[in-house]
Write a protein of this length. Structure first.
Length: 181
């Protein structure tokens, strides 16, 4: 469904409900053409991706095992990837278009660990300062920028095999301090 060309007659008379998580939502993102929605709960361990037209869950992505506060989730411009930042000081990058690129737990082979072992873990990740609110977004098909409340700017480039390398870093705190004087 392309929201840019959607007419009132295309929408339903009542809102649709997607049962995304058992607890309250912490983050939600929609891709640029409106065909996908990503959600994360307050628990912050799982991100689920849904198709907007059918309301069907497409993917379940695991940010981590420990609860975390997610600050931001964002789709890449072509919806091939998703990035997420949390209070754990990490930015995770997940493959959506080719989900086989995402890492999987070795416990999946054992079989009795259930859904946890079946989860798709991030393709790549990088670290920022822990417990500082941080937003992340894609600046190209293989490049993610994170900007944190402490004024830090992080730019990382990632590859399909999961390598993630810092391309740029800067601190913009001086600008903020000067404005206060």
């Amino acid at each position: 469904m392309d929201l840019n060309v959607m007419k009132q007659s295309d929408s339903s008379a009542s809102p649709a409900t997607i049962n995304a998580h058992q607890s309250e939502l912490a983050c939600i993102a929609i891709n640029q053409i409106g065909s996908r929605i990503a959600t994360a709960s307050e628990k912050g361990t799982l991100i689920r991706v849904f198709e907007t037209k059918s309301k069907r869950q497409l993917l379940e992505l695991r940010r981590g095992a420990d609860p975390a506060s997610l600050y931001c989730i964002n789709f890449s411009p072509d919806s091939s990837y998703l990035c997420a930042s949390s209070d754990k000081g990490t930015v995770h990058i997940f493959a959506l278009k080719d989900a086989n690129l995402n890492k999987r737990s070795k416990l999946a082979r054992v079989g009795f660990f259930g859904q946890y072992a079946e989860s798709q873990w991030g393709l790549a990740s990088f670290s920022v300062a822990a417990e500082l609110p941080c937003i992340c977004t894609f600046v190209s098909s293989n490049s993610v920028v994170a900007i944190c409340i402490d004024g830090s700017f992080h730019k990382y480039v990632f590859t399909k095999d999961g390598n993630c390398n810092r391309e740029a870093f800067d601190m913009f705190t001086e600008l903020c301090e000067e404005e206060l004087l």
